[in-house]
Design a protein around this ligand. Structure first.
Ligand code: SF4
Ligand code: SF4
Ligand code: SF4
Length: 583
């Protein structure tokens, strides 16, 4: 997918919240690796996604370097400045800003409103022919792109007239054929329009202009950071760039309508702003007749453009500043030179634009819906949590590779819940939930088997814990709101021993009991004890017997020794007596 050369999101900042996608009127954002990405050929550069991103993950590609390079080249670079500068730059009138731009290397600067005057004249000429069933203005490049790409049924009504930026560039080129034009304004979409027109060398937003002035002032020696020269010291102040006209009202809603000196008959004049209202009107264009539509994607008009730097007080304050400026300037209004209408071509043909998204069949949509568990129309919640307005819209995006199945929150929650339920129900350990009345309100299959409960885990009915074992430990845990250590219980009905750990769930006012069947271990232990006792008894008996035998042996040995001693003493005595007789 081609990256947008005008706008993109910083990957590291994006937190995958889908807010930009929710706000994008034509769903020109895809998600890959959990990061938002602009779909270049779908984006109309309305900038809404930039404004709503809570992570400030936007990057508007700056043309500051490109503009500086133009200035360094040393040619004639003329700035075309949108009239909304009064609400965006801190300059209350044009002349000081013009001087600032000239000081920074521009050959000159003019207000784009000069071009807007000719746009209005061109509109008037077309309207007077009365050939248009409806008439859509073409000053907002995002709106034009919306029509070209998404509402081809409205394309025949789009005025074939250049925007004020392009019209002004043509005027400048007419007067200075060797000049390069830099447009300065609050609009992001002008960057693409400029490139496509081939008539504007670069586009600076007011944010970029602010940065350029700041850097320029920082780079200047201390002595030259004085206030700029007053307007009347401008050597060319008599030229048209210092003039003012009613077309300066273009940036605010109804600005185009008010720029006509007299409105051609046969039309109702309406101003439509904001993407949703514009899309509603364009969708139903065939239902209108004799309507002049001044359309702006930005609510409030260009003065509220995506790259505007609004004053405190927001768009309303910005409008008051513009209207004040408009009032001041009208006295010095030099009418446009209508002769130039013959010399300069102010027309512009808006071609049909297509994108790489493909049409998808109902069968493909159904297949994706099924993959996210939407088997019936009721399953299609159309909740918008994924960023799309409908489940079918999201399915379309999945098929086009712009979205993942997992972006459906209800589906993921259900999946997560059923996974958790599966884990609990298939756990080798018994799990019971006990309420404040000491009733078992839920149990998994293992617990039911351990406790000898009848019925199925899917259709569990509450039953008293005391029917299975003493509820005392559970009662203490509940009353003390505490978890307990392992307790051993004997279950009479199944003759099982279980070790139970109890957790108190404050949020749900329930006790969670985790039971481990230790019957085999307990029985084995009992057998061991029994064996030990038997062994001790046998050992005692053997010792007793041995003692008896030893005693008997000892007494027999004692008798024999005594008899031997007596016999030997008698023998000795006899021998002694025989010796005496011989002597
Ligand atoms: S609004 Fe979009 S770009 Fe910003 S964090 Fe959310 S998903 Fe990412
Ligand atoms: S600039 Fe507008 S059209 Fe483009 S992605 Fe953002 S919200 Fe969508
Ligand atoms: S149910 Fe899912 S797919 Fe449908 S709109 Fe809501 S989040 Fe999007």
């Amino acid at each position: 997918m081609r990256q947008s050369p005008y706008l993109e999101f910083k990957r590291v900042r994006c937190k995958d919240c889908y807010r930009c996608l929710r706000e994008c009127p034509i769903k020109a954002i895809s998600f890959a690796d959990q990061h938002a990405q602009i779909i270049e050929d779908r984006c109309i550069l309305c900038g809404r996604c930039m404004h709503v991103c809570p992570q400030n993950a936007k990057i508007v590609h700056s043309e500051l370097d490109k503009t500086r390079a133009l200035l360094y080249e040393g040619g004639k670079v003329i700035a075309s400045v949108a009239p909304s500068f009064v609400a965006n730059t801190g300059y209350e009138s044009f002349e000081p800003l013009r001087q600032q731009l000239k000081e920074m290397g521009f050959f000159d600067a003019e207000e784009t409103a000069r071009g807007a005057e000719y746009v209005t004249l061109q509109y008037a000429q077309l309207l007077e022919k009365g050939e248009y069933k409806n008439f859509i203005t073409s000053a907002c490049p995002s709106a034009c792109r919306l029509i070209q790409e998404y509402f081809p049924q409205a394309l025949p009504y789009l005025a074939p007239v250049a925007s004020p930026m392009v019209a002004h560039a043509r005027l400048i080129h007419h007067e200075h054929p060797d000049a390069k034009v830099v447009f300065i304004g609050p609009c992001l979409a002008k960057k693409r329009e400029a490139e496509e027109s081939g008539e504007i060398a670069s586009v600076l937003t007011f944010v970029e202009l602010d940065e350029m002035i700041r850097r320029f002032k920082l780079g200047r020696p201390e002595s030259s950071t004085q206030d700029l020269p007053p307007a009347d010291s401008c050597p060319n102040s008599q030229i048209v760039s210092c003039s003012s006209n009613i077309a300066k009202g273009y940036p605010a809603t109804e600005g185009i309508i008010h720029s006509f000196t007299s409105l051609p008959n046969g039309y109702q004049y309406l101003s439509i702003d904001g993407p949703d209202r514009c899309m509603e009107v364009l969708e139903n264009i065939e239902h209108y007749e004799g309507v002049f539509m001044e359309i702006n994607i930005c609510p409030g008009g260009c003065i509220n453009g995506p790259c505007a730097t609004l004053p405190k007080g927001g768009v309303t304050k910005a409008k008051t500043k513009l209207f004040n400026y408009l009032q001041q300037g009208i006295q010095s209004y030099p009418p446009a030179n209508s002769n130039l209408m013959d010399e300069i071509d102010f027309s512009y043909q808006y071609p049909r634009v297509t994108n790489s998204s493909r049409d998808v069949s109902e069968a493909e949509i159904e297949k994706v819906l099924l993959q996210t568990g939407k088997t019936t129309p009721e399953d299609q919640l159309n909740c918008g949590a994924c960023g799309y307005r409908s489940c079918k819209g999201k399915a379309w995006a999945v098929i086009n590779g712009y979205a993942d199945l997992e972006m459906c929150l209800p589906y993921m929650r259900k999946k997560g819940e059923s996974l958790a339920v599966d884990i609990v129900h298939n756990s080798p350990e018994g799990i019971i939930l006990v309420n404040s009345d000491m009733d078992v309100v839920d149990a998994n299959a293992t617990a039911m088997e351990m406790l000898g409960m009848s019925g199925s885990a899917e259709h569990f009915t509450a039953r008293p814990l005391n029917d299975y074992f003493s509820s005392l430990d559970f009662y203490l845990a509940y009353s003390q709101k505490k978890n307990t250590e392992v307790h051993r219980q004997f279950i009479h009905s199944t003759k099982r021993y279980v070790d139970i750990t109890i957790c108190y769930m404050d949020e749900h006012k329930l006790l969670f009991g985790q039971m481990k069947d230790v019957t085999e271990a307990v029985n084995y232990q009992k057998q061991l004890e029994h064996l030990r006792e038997e062994t001790i008894e046998t050992t005692d008996q053997v010792i007793m017997k041995q003692m008896r035998v030893a005693q008997e042996i000892a007494s027999l040995l004692g008798e024999t020794t005594a008899e031997t001693k007596v016999a030997l003493l008698n023998l000795k005595k006899m021998l002694q007596q025989e010796n005496k007789k011989e002597m």
